[in-house]
Design a protein. Structure first.
Length: 379
């Protein structure tokens, strides 16, 4: 693809299909197994878990400073009332994810420039930047240079600077993707390639990494992948050095004329999808375990196997969503109310009964867990 100032830019699949075939099939198989799990029972909780983890991951890749817990709290805020920049970044991504899901649910949708601009506008709306305008392609003024990457991750790369070249290349990328889709190239190959080439074009002043990951996720969702496309962002964050380095590895391989320069990035992507699907499957099993445990608590209470105080303690620990320090539990207003006018002996007897029945556990750090969770497991 010729450009006015940047020089030639080539879009190729560039993947050793034979080498990735086994991993590709494992991802497809993991997706089938995950899709066959009891998702309907835990869909709302799983969706929330994935969105929080994904937004935390994709924001952290770009230098976001919110913890995962702070990200969760930010996503519950009213966007109209938010002034903090970090919280705004999280809420913007939530909006972009919503646009992504809406697009992927439309059978007639195809990846085009208005969608790319809409995602960028959602992600960068209200965020301070010297040059960036939401939804507006970059066009560097004379003397203002854009570089991507650093020496620690394979070197600095200078993407196109001239707005005309950027528009030419982003249009060419979208057209190329359309041809791949028409030719039946699966989304598990197309999505990471769009992500990779989009980042090389780097069409906006700010938010390119976040936009590229949402584009990848949208293409995967359109092919029927649920949850894993956004969970992939957390995998990229957990392997951030490799993620950044592979852009340069593939780019330099292409410059050398190697026949399959994009294999390392696609292989990395597939590893991430497999890992994400396996983690999601495990999470579904855990959440279903919570539901079964909750039902068992209610049955025990109804059958008077445990009393009302014991039932309240066990359900409060389960609802906490994290291990509760024993001292904190004993100071909680609801706990104190349970034992108004009762002796310490009664408190000890209730607690002992819950532990003996396996309805709560206490770890070495004196934290209380619901009985359905081993302390070493993720809550």
């Amino acid at each position: 693809m010729p450009t006015a100032r940047f020089g030639p830019f080539t879009f190729i699949i560039g993947v050793d299909m034979a080498a990735i075939q086994a991993l590709y099939l494992r991802v497809r198989d993991a997706h089938r197994r995950f899709s066959g799990s009891p998702l309907a029972q835990v869909a709302n909780r799983l969706e929330k878990d994935v969105v929080v983890s994904s937004i935390f991951g994709t924001n952290s890749i770009e230098g976001g400073t919110l913890s995962e817990e702070e990200t969760q709290l930010a996503l519950e805020l009213d966007p109209a009332q938010v002034e903090d920049v970090e919280q705004r970044r999280a809420l913007n991504l939530k909006e972009a994810y919503s646009l992504s899901r809406q697009a992927a649910a439309d059978p007639a949708w195809s990846l085009d420039l208005p969608f790319v601009k809409a995602i960028h506008a959602a992600i960068t709306q209200g965020l301070p930047h010297e040059y960036n305008s939401p939804g507006v392609l970059r066009n560097n003024a004379k003397g203002v240079m854009t570089h991507v990457g650093d020496a620690a991750h394979g070197g600095r790369y200078k993407p196109p600077q001239y707005g005309g070249d950027i528009r030419t290349l982003i249009d060419a990328l979208l057209e190329w993707h359309g041809r791949l889709a028409a030719d039946g190239v699966p989304a598990l190959i197309r999505a990471p390639l769009v992500h990779y080439y989009y980042e090389l074009i780097h069409p906006f002043w700010d938010g390119n990494g976040r936009v590229g990951r949402v584009l990848e996720a949208t293409l995967l969702q359109q092919e029927g992948f649920r949850y894993a496309p956004f969970a992939q962002a957390r995998y990229y964050y957990d392997h951030i050095d490799r993620y950044f380095t592979l852009f340069n590895v593939c780019r330099k391989s292409a410059d050398k004329g190697e026949p399959t320069p994009n294999s390392p990035f696609v292989d990395f992507f597939l590893e991430g999808m497999l890992s994400s699907l396996d983690r999601l499957h495990d999470r579904v099993n855990t959440l279903v375990g919570f539901l079964l445990f909750e039902n068992d608590l209610k049955r025990r209470h109804d059958e008077k196997d445990i009393n009302a105080r014991q039932y309240a303690i066990a359900t409060q620990v389960l609802a906490a969503g994290k291990p509760v320090p024993l001292t904190e539990l004993r100071r909680a207003p609801w706990y104190l109310a349970l034992y108004t006018g009762r002796t310490d002996k009664t408190k000890q007897r209730d607690f002992r009964r819950l532990r003996e029945a396996g309805l709560i556990r206490v770890d070495e750090e004196q934290r209380v867990w619901p009985g359905c969770v081993q302390p070493q497991d993720r809550f």
